[in-house]
Design a protein around this ligand. Structure first.
Ligand SMILES: [Zn+2]
Length: 269
């Protein structure tokens, strides 16, 4: 996959880890150039273990954690958009999209993965990144948008994917039927799951689950040392939905799949 480039765009360090760490590792191992753009340094995140960071140095610590994860996946070092955690909906939207357009024209990926319109659990930073990346995909190909004649030329991304969670995973988390949720400011933000019929790509990352698990563990301020990723590795590595990552194809210039794709570069190889 020498001439292929994959770009992932997320909001916070660790957003890439749980649902796409395996795919990032797999495509890097196959020789694809894999890049990760992260909009913030996650400074509003928790500190699971007080000895790891203070509120003052959390951005630097989480940057280090993300660098550790990228190294573990075998991909390029992360590219930060240098925004503040929690503020993505209120920053200058045109400037943010412009930054992504510039990165897309520079790196020239065939495939881009980002959040879907659900933002996994509706985190407003995730929703902002979803809108930015979706708009940037379109605008990067338009020579009249963000013209930059001295730098990079317009670039058409072939396939845009949204990372989505299978409903089955959520059902397994909450057997009593009460949806799992992330608490933000005391308000539950429920996870959004998709029925299998709406998932258009299932990528087998079985050979890369240990890199994926180690990538997750790099985000120590977020996962701590008591999570199942640290304490029950065998159970994690055997989990079907840890070994398979799920996406929805949102835009394609190379046609639409007949069935469920098993490779994000299908029709491009
Ligand atoms: Zn996030």
């Amino acid at each position: 996959m020498k001439d292929f480039t994959l770009l992932a765009v997320f909001a916070h360090p660790d957003d890439e880890a749980f649902g796409t760490g395996g795919a990032l590792a797999r495509y890097a191992a196959e020789g694809c150039d894999v890049y990760l753009v992260t909009a913030t340094r996650g400074e509003a995140g928790q500190i699971a273990l007080p000895e790891l960071a203070t509120p003052a140095n959390l951005p630097a610590v989480r940057e280090r954690e993300l660098r550790c994860a990228c190294q573990t996946y075998g991909i390029h070092p992360p590219i930060f958009l240098d925004y503040l955690d929690g503020q993505l909906p209120i920053v200058h939207q045109g400037q943010a999209v412009g930054k992504l357009v510039r990165i897309i024209r520079d790196l020239r990926p065939q495939v881009l993965i980002t959040f879907g319109p659900d933002g996994i659990y509706g985190h407003y930073d995730h929703l902002a990144v979803h809108r930015w990346a979706t708009a940037a995909c379109e605008l990067a190909a338009d020579p009249d948008c963000y013209p930059d004649r001295d730098a990079c030329q317009p670039h058409q991304i072939s396939k845009l994917y949204y990372r989505v969670m299978p409903q089955e995973v959520l059902d397994a988390w909450s057997p009593e039927g009460r949806p799992g949720a992330v608490m933000m400011d005391g308000v539950p933000f429920p996870f959004v799951g998709y029925p299998t019929s709406e998932i258009t790509a299932i990528v087998d990352v079985g050979a890369f689950v240990e890199s994926k698990r180690q990538g997750i563990l790099c985000h120590a301020t977020q996962v701590g040392d008591a999570s199942r990723y640290a304490t029950a590795p065998d159970e994690v590595l055997a989990d079907r939905w840890f070994r398979q990552e799920t996406f929805r194809l949102a835009r394609s210039t190379v046609g639409w799949p007949d069935g469920v794709e098993s490779d994000l570069f299908e029709r491009l190889r």
